[in-house]
Write a protein that binds this ligand. Structure first.
Ligand SMILES: Cc1ncc(COP(=O)(O)O)c(C=O)c1O
Length: 384
């Protein structure tokens, strides 16, 4: 039977998995210090870019001898830049458990034509990391944004590996502990956990990654937008805020505001705690309802940012149509925007639980999910 609409509503119905909700303190007026209409190479612009790099280092706990650069084209730009610069010198293992990881497989196999072993897991599962040969270069995604599955920790990655690890951490950075000693390349985008703007990518390089850059030149051409070395030496300026091409200083200001907010909620620990609290609220709901479950099969690999759910009710024949209808109902009511599963993922819902989302909003939204589910089941019985 249909149930009555709940009374309480989320204050912010934005549960998209990217771009994600802005920090709760966001207000366009707070970006008024952006040096707009000035050169990004003027002292004021360079200082802002350097500050973005140094605050990223401080909050994420990135070691002092790692390089952090702001690069073009968001996470995709950062990750492909790493692949195109670093890979090809030794065999590669490509690990994929959802669509973005699968995209990097396509890059390695079809574009770069590398000597690559491809290991994949179904949506909801992860590759057996104990079976990975880390003496090869290994590319993987820390958190599968479209499957809601994450790497539990870095234990499987040996400290004395001969290969490099290239980690797409775009929906993990600022929400999960990243073991820097196990990661040679880490990339992310401002638009995810921090609720920043897209189009700018972060590229973090270990000393071993820099060593590779300076000792190996790939056989293929690199466009200017990808070039990290000149005359066999790292272009150090990129890692001090002298970006390859022109960044948006408005986006930089927005990122600085997000970093400021991150610090105000307790830095990385506070950000993780907020994401965990959001995910716990969803977990409690799932435990209390027998018609919904996590896509991630093992709780140890369950994401605390992109939480992916599937409907398990036997009365549902067309899972995709049902999930779409539930998401549409919640959007129409102004309760939850953009929570349908990713287009390549199994049918279901994806609720962003990263720290810019308030737990009170998740808690206010979930009774509406119950309402929407029951309304759609009722609609099914009327058709039958
Ligand atoms: C794991 C992962 N990799 C890469 C991307 C692409 O990010 P961007 O569009 O910021 O380049 C996304 C975006 O959702 C993602 O979730």
């Amino acid at each position: 039977m249909a149930i009555a609409q709940p009374v309480a509503r989320p204050v912010n119905p934005r549960f998209s998995s990217g771009p994600c909700a802005k920090p709760p303190v966001f207000d366009l007026n707070r970006l008024s210090d952006a040096p707009l209409g000035r050169s990004h190479r003027a002292a004021i612009g360079k200082a802002k870019l350097l500050s973005a790099i140094e605050q990223t280092r401080e909050i994420l706990g990135v070691p002092a001898d790692y390089k952090i650069g702001i690069v073009p084209a968001s996470d995709t730009g950062a990750f492909e830049m790493a692949m195109w610069n670093l890979l090809g010198v030794r065999p590669v293992e490509m690990l994929a458990w959802e669509s973005f990881g699968a995209g990097w497989v396509t890059d390695a196999v079809k574009q770069l034509k590398l000597d690559a072993e491809v290991k994949t897991a179904e949506y909801g599962e992860i590759v057996d990391l104990a079976g990975v040969d880390f003496d090869k270069d290994v590319c993987f995604t820390w958190n599968g944004t479209t499957s809601g599955v994450r790497v539990p920790n870095g234990d499987a990655i040996p400290a004395d590996r001969a290969g490099l690890t290239l980690c797409d951490a775009t929906s993990a950075a600022f929400a999960m502990d990243l073991p820097w000693d196990k990661l040679d390349v880490t990339t992310f985008s401002w638009q995810k956990v921090l609720g920043g703007e897209a189009a700018h990518g972060m590229l973090i390089l270990s000393p071993r990654a820099v060593e590779r850059l300076e000792s190996y030149a790939p056989a293929w051409p690199l466009p200017k937008i990808f070039r990290l070395t000149k005359g066999g030496k790292l272009i150090d300026g990129i890692f001090k805020g002298e970006t390859i091409n022109t960044p948006s200083m408005l986006c930089v200001e927005d990122y600085l505001l997000a970093l400021d907010w991150a610090r105000s909620v307790g830095g990385l620990r506070g950000m993780i705690a907020r994401a965990d609290a959001n995910t716990a609220a969803v977990s409690d709901f799932v435990a209390a309802h027998d018609w919904i479950d996590f896509l991630a099969t093992d709780p140890a690999t369950r994401s605390n940012t992109s939480v992916c759910l599937k409907f398990t009710d036997a009365r549902i024949d067309d899972g995709a149509a049902f999930a779409k209808a539930v998401a549409k109902r919640l959007e129409t009511e102004g309760i939850a925007f953009d929570i349908g599963a990713y287009r390549d993922a199994p049918p279901g819902l994806r609720i962003w639980c990263g720290s810019t989302v308030e737990t009170s909003d998740i808690e206010a939204m979930l009774p509406w999910l119950d309402w929407a589910f029951n309304a759609e089941i009722e609609a099914l019985s009327q058709v039958a």
